[in-house]
Design a binder for this molecule. Sequence first.
Ligand SMILES: [Mg+2]
Length: 315
Amino acid sequence: MVDRASSRRKTPEVEPASGPESAAARPAPKFDKKTIALVYDFDGTLSPRPMQEYAFLPKIGADPAAFWAESNALAIQAHADPLITYMHLMYKKAKDKGVRIDRCDLVAQGRQVELFAGVESWFESIGAYVKSHAQSHGVQLRHYLISSGLSEIVEGTSIYKRFHNVFASEYWFDAYDLPYPKRVITDTGKTQYLFRINKGVEDLGLSINQHMPEAQRPIPFANMIYFGDGDTDVPSMAVMRKNGGHAVAVYPPGKSKAKCVDLFNAGRCDFFAPADYRRGSDLYRRTCLLLDRMLANIRVEEERWRLGRGLPPAR
Ligand SMILES: [Mg+2]
């Protein structure tokens, strides 16, 4: 993973006081809106089933369908947030079974999570596409994950290192007798992280609510694509599209695409395709079409930026 802990990320250095010497030493200003962010949901988008179903639920002897039904019923009955409820119920059931699960166990469970075909090679093939099609120097590609699932399980998957940053639900493991939710990422809460990526405020200790003019935001929404699979992604898709960004919906290959058709007809996504991430698939081709548009847009914006400063055209 590239520089994941944003708290470790360097803040831009303060420019030296202006003067003839420092002006000469200062590098020429550069158009810096050249980062493209691909943002993914996890369950149902990169992986066929909820990540807890591969190892956690089997380990505590819980049938997945029965577990989710119980968790959802409990949340409704108690007027509780469904995500806090599932995080609580998972550990309550483990405790009842005498199964102790800690952070290391969850990370190890991540190795059993199944990914859709081509996910592991997707990052490289899309990276190569952007590299070969970028019409200006300095274009960067980043992948982000925003998931209601557990960050510890994601950490154990083979693709964890591919993400620039992972925003997922997480436990405190030492707060109480039972692990306690430390961060819960709900459907609408996911949109906060889209704004964090857009504004470059990825350190969760920093507030995202302060106004930041569009011109100062390092990754414009126009440079972002959100990938999701269903109703839980509607708030994120809506935020993306209303702000000039892009969204792609996926469905399990060979299964019903009804949900995606609904999202498409409601204007929630630019495209939909089976969740087949292999090079040449419909998903690959449609993503590349959006990337073509983004790369052309970056070129246009860079040229406008240079023109506004009296600089010669970019070569
Ligand atoms: Mg999902």
